[in-house]
Unconditional design. Structure first.
Length: 570
């Protein structure tokens, strides 16, 4: 029977599988993203989200299965490779080159019509190109460029600035802007909200909602998935919402709705799975007892002692036959149960949390900022940080959140104002971007190289951050999320009384992000956290520091739910 024809705007993967030396990443994944659908990919770090996007984009060839994609499919990678010497304007113009070419084509055809007014072929060609120009927005292209750049927070970025002179976050947003301007039929997005502030995420959600083609996006951003996704696919079999059947999990099952709907379905499915497994264990134990106890009774059957020897043998044989039938039946049912057994719900790799610190009992003021500022990077900031504080730093991109954490860590001196710190205060900082000098080093070795006492430190598996087989692999073979776990591990293994965390949930799986949040709540030390993650911010109950643009005045600090003048949490 012939299969149904592929819709030109559908993205479809049929039974795809791919592996790398020593490990299998994806097995028999089937997934269709219809035109207009926006499917979010989630799963543990290393589960294959980026690999699946690369398969869909045609950058990888599957070992098994097939991929059908629309004619023009665009991919936003996690790590950008824009040439350092090109300018911002050149990146933008390259993205819209096809539309600009329509203008030149129209001009050439118009000149041809002027020279040969009776040439019907030229006139028809002009009409065709004119329709394409109208459909692709040639007459509003410049306004469209300004809207996209402004929406992603790049409106003030000079067009003549070279890529090598802009920040990593700006490069990332520029790559996303170029992809949106290029208007491919299908969009593949790998962590699209990294380095986006609230306004930029809202802009992206609106952009995606207005698209006709399919969108497949891997994201750790729970708020974004809730707002943008029409369905969620979990590539980690241990967490899939259809696991209640108990058999081997099939990667690529779609759960309709956003992230909250997915969480509800997953929890219900795992509960059903656990209940079925528990019932199976009870039945297995009951049948085994029948086999064991009845089997012994076969050899100890008795008849009334008042009966004769022949009568007693008759009763004994009948009892043995009855018990033997019961044993055979129990063994058959036990064998059938084993053949269709429901596996135990797999326990995920659990984050072990953050242990206490040597200075847990320390009290008083740790740091005090009086009008501390860095020219062009951070507005004058007043802040008093006490032991045990929980402080959330928020603000649009470019306002100086990372700069502030560098001041608190003592890695940077202010150009104006003062930073006072208590003597001997130990600080540990998780940077927004992990800096690994050598990606050929095994992950476990790189982790221990960052420790003061590596001989006594727990393993990455002990911390619940990386499995042993992944810890033995070079950093360069790990996903960005797995490398992020290695960077986090050094802070967890040897926690300082003051933890400075810059976008700590970037690249982390959703499950680990949840566990990290809980661990930070239980941590007895002091935590300063800078993040765009709305999922975290709308649940934050500690203090909040709102960092304004450098020309907008002084940063204000207060409690996240009550202070006037602090941006209300979304």
């Amino acid at each position: 029977m012939a299969s149904a024809p592929q819709h030109p705007l559908h993205l479809r993967l049929d039974g795809v599988g791919v592996g790398f030396p020593g490990r299998r990443v994806l097995t028999d994944v089937s997934l269709t993203v219809p035109a207009g659908a926006r499917i979010g990919l989630i799963g543990e770090n290393g589960a294959g989200k980026t690999t699946l996007l690369h398969l869909a984009a045609g950058l990888l060839v599957p070992a098994t299965g097939t991929v059908h994609r629309p004619g023009r499919t665009g991919l936003l990678r996690q790590q950008q490779d824009l040439p350092a010497r090109v300018t911002v304007g050149e990146v933008v113009e390259d993205a819209v080159a096809d539309v600009r070419a329509l203008e030149h084509r129209l001009a050439a055809l118009a000149a041809g019509i002027a020279q040969a007014p009776d040439d019907l072929a030229t006139a028809d060609a002009y009409d065709t190109v004119l329709r394409d120009a109208e459909r692709q927005g040639l007459w509003t292209l410049d306004a469209r460029i300004e809207a996209v750049l402004g929406g992603l927070g790049l409106g003030g970025l000079p067009r003549d600035r070279r890529i090598g002179e802009v920040s990593g976050g700006q490069r990332r947003r520029l790559a996303l802007a170029a992809l949106l301007l290029a208007r491919p039929a299908a969009l593949l997005l790998d962590e699209p909200t990294n380095h986006l502030d609230d306004d930029a995420v809202d802009f992206l959600v609106t952009e995606l909602a207005g698209r006709r083609g399919p969108v497949l996006m891997a994201s750790h951003d729970r708020w974004f998935l809730d707002a943008a996704a029409t369905g969620v696919v979990d590539l980690d079999p241990a967490l899939g919402p259809d696991e209640s059947a108990g058999g081997p999990a099939r990667q690529g099952t779609v759960s309709t709705g956003g992230y909250s709907a997915y969480l509800d379905r997953r929890e219900a499915a795992r509960r059903r799975w656990g209940e079925r497994f528990a019932a199976q264990q009870e039945e297995r134990q009951r049948l085994q007892e029948v086999v064991d106890v009845s089997g012994r009774e076969i050899f100890h059957t008795t008849a009334p002692k008042s009966e004769g020897r022949i009568t007693r043998k008759f009763y004994s044989d009948r009892a043995a036959k009855t018990i033997g039938g019961r044993v055979r039946s129990a063994r058959q049912r036990l064998g059938a149960l084993e053949r269709t057994a429901v596996g135990a719900p797999p326990g995920p790799l659990r984050f072990a949390g953050i242990p206490g610190t040597a200075d847990d009992a320390a009290a008083g003021t740790l740091l005090r900022l009086r009008g501390a500022a860095v020219a062009g990077r951070l507005a004058p900031t007043d802040l008093v940080l006490h032991a045990g504080d929980r402080l959330l730093v928020q603000g649009p991109n470019g306002t100086g959140k990372s700069t502030l954490l560098s001041l608190l860590a003592g890695e940077l001196r202010p150009d104006a104002g003062t930073v006072e710190r208590r003597g001997g205060a130990v600080v540990a900082r998780l940077a927004q971007e992990d800096d690994w000098p050598d990606l050929a080093v095994p992950a476990g070795t790189a982790y221990r190289a960052r420790l003061r006492d590596p001989a006594r430190a727990p393993t990455l598996r002990d911390l619940g951050l990386l499995r042993d087989e992944d810890a033995a692999r070079p950093l360069g073979e790990l996903s960005p999320g797995q490398r992020r776990r290695v960077a986090l591990a050094a802070l967890v293994a040897e926690p300082a009384p003051l933890l400075l965390l810059d976008e700590p949930t970037n690249h982390l799986s959703l499950a680990l992000a949840e566990e990290l949040e809980q661990a930070l709540e239980d941590f007895p030390g002091t935590v300063v956290l800078a993040t765009h993650d709305r999922w975290i911010r709308r649940r934050w109950t500690g203090r909040v520091l709102s960092v304004p643009p450098t020309a907008a005045g002084t940063s204000t600090v207060g409690h996240g739910t009550t202070l006037e003048g602090v941006q209300k949490l979304a």
